[in-house]
Ligand binder design. Structure first.
Ligand code: URA
Length: 441
């Protein structure tokens, strides 16, 4: 067997065997296959797709490319959550402490930014002192004590995904249903949680632009969960505009703190509570979605969610003073504001473009090894459907230099569409799909 034959086979739209997929994943993991051939096969998969069997084989090979994380010594039903990637998508920093504060353990391994979408690990690393690189034993001892761990993937967890994820980020091969499904489910299977809530993003700021594609991705992953005996719920949520108002690493940490303090409401809170409620339902902590949402909101009002976030910061070396003094978080020194070009309703946002603009400020990577500017990003001032006057501020960008700020602002300038009539805004939560492991496929 050799990789060139496999690339040609997929280029010619044929179905790969389990053995060929296994050969590919092993070759990626041990470095036998060079990046250029891996990238070629990724592009062929993106263009020509994979069958359900190929996707399942890719997932299982990737899940077993390293060690499995064993959480059985942590008491309770462990729930995990994963987003397919969006812009200003900071739900983990909000829902994880809220859910853990209700006694349900959350041990979550997160990733870095991918393409125009941000990553929880990059956000956490913007907190002075916060350590995301925990050993398995350290994570388990924290989980037993606090019920909350947010960390990077351990070195030996799905090493195949680590390589593929980093390559996909810089080769235009992110938005493929089988590659996203396999990447997410392999990590979730290896990370050992009993139940998994997936936030499948849909719209201009998501890898899945249409509800049909988002549903196909959600169904693929829910079916995979059933196949491997994990309870999986997928929430399809709108990414027609940035979820929160702050985009970037430290900026998103700031917004999460505002939400946990009860100072900000809106879409970011609503999606966090919807996902958190599904986590509580999977864990059997409550019987109804409404009760679960009320419990989560109560943890904001009574300060328990914020207290749990403080406990997490202290546990992992982060400076807890950021909770009362968010100015301790980095903020880049150069700023520029983008203004409305015309008077009218904001009818559409090209959210991926806004994500790219944020990446360009320095908040994301353009190449694999690029260091991030943690204080860079964007603060949005308007939401879809808002009526704006020509010249009103739409967003403020922060960057380390005038040049990067200007380039990002120029890109951002073209991300908005205006209308004279009030536009229809898609609902925030589009669909919820779930399956128990013993449901029939
Ligand atoms: N999140 C992942 O973990 N992998 C993807 O491929 C996309 C989003």
């Amino acid at each position: 067997m050799n990789i060139l034959d496999i690339i040609i086979k997929k280029r010619d739209k044929q179905v790969l065997s389990k053995e060929e997929i296994s050969f590919f994943v092993r070759g990626v993991t041990d470095g036998a296959i060079p990046d250029y051939q891996t990238s070629a096969l990724l592009m062929a998969i993106l263009l020509n797709g994979m069958t359900a069997e190929e996707t399942a084989a890719l997932t299982m090979e990737m899940a077993h490319s390293g060690a499995l994380f064993d959480l059985h010594t942590v008491d309770g039903y462990k729930v995990d959550k994963h987003s397919t990637g969006g812009v200003a998508d900071t739900t983990t920093l909000i829902l994880a402490p809220l859910v853990a504060s209700l006694g349900v353990p959350v041990v979550k391994m997160s990733g870095r930014g991918l393409g125009f979408s941000g990553g929880t690990i990059d956000k956490l690393e913007s907190i002075p002192g916060f350590r995301v690189d925990l050993s398995a034993s350290e994570a388990i001892s924290y989980a037993k004590k606090s019920k909350l761990v947010l960390m990077g993937q351990t070195d030996n967890l799905t090493p195949a995904d680590k390589k593929l994820y980093a390559l996909r980020d810089v080769t235009g091969t992110v938005d493929s249903i089988p590659l996203i499904a396999a990447s997410i489910m392999a990590k979730k299977i290896a990370a050992g949680a009993d139940g998994i809530v997936l936030d499948v993003k849909c719209g201009s700021g998501a890898f899945m632009k249409t509800q049909q594609d988002a549903e196909a991705l959600a169904k693929t992953m829910v079916a995979m969960g059933r196949h491997v005996g994990r309870k999986v719920t997928a929430v399809i949520s709108s990414m027609a505009q940035p979820l929160g108002m702050y985009i970037g690493n430290s900026l998103e940490v700031m917004e999460a703190i505002h939400v946990l303090k009860g100072e900000t409401a809106g879409d970011l809170l609503d999606v966090s509570v919807t996902l958190g409620a599904q986590m509580l339902l999977l864990a059997g902590r409550t019987q109804t979605e409404e009760e679960a949402k009320q419990l989560l909101l109560q943890q904001i009002k009574n300060g328990e969610g914020l207290a749990k976030f403080r406990e997490l910061l202290i546990q992992q070396g982060g400076n807890p003073d950021i909770l009362s003094q968010t100015q301790l978080l980095p903020l880049s020194p150069v700023s520029l504001t983008v203004h409305a070009k015309t008077t009218g309703y904001l009818s559409q946002m090209d959210t991926a473009k806004i994500g790219r603009a944020s990446q360009e400020t320095g908040a994301g990577r353009a190449y694999k090894e690029q260091p991030l500017d943690f204080g860079a990003g964007i603060i949005m001032h308007k939401r879809l459907g808002d009526f704006v006057q020509k010249g009103e501020p739409l967003a403020t960008l922060y960057s380390a230099s005038k040049n990067t700020c200007r380039a990002a602002a120029d890109r951002m300038d073209t991300a908005f569409t205006y209308s004279t009539n009030r536009p229809d805004i898609p609902p925030l939560i589009l669909q919820i799909l779930s399956a128990q492991p013993n449901d029939r496929a």
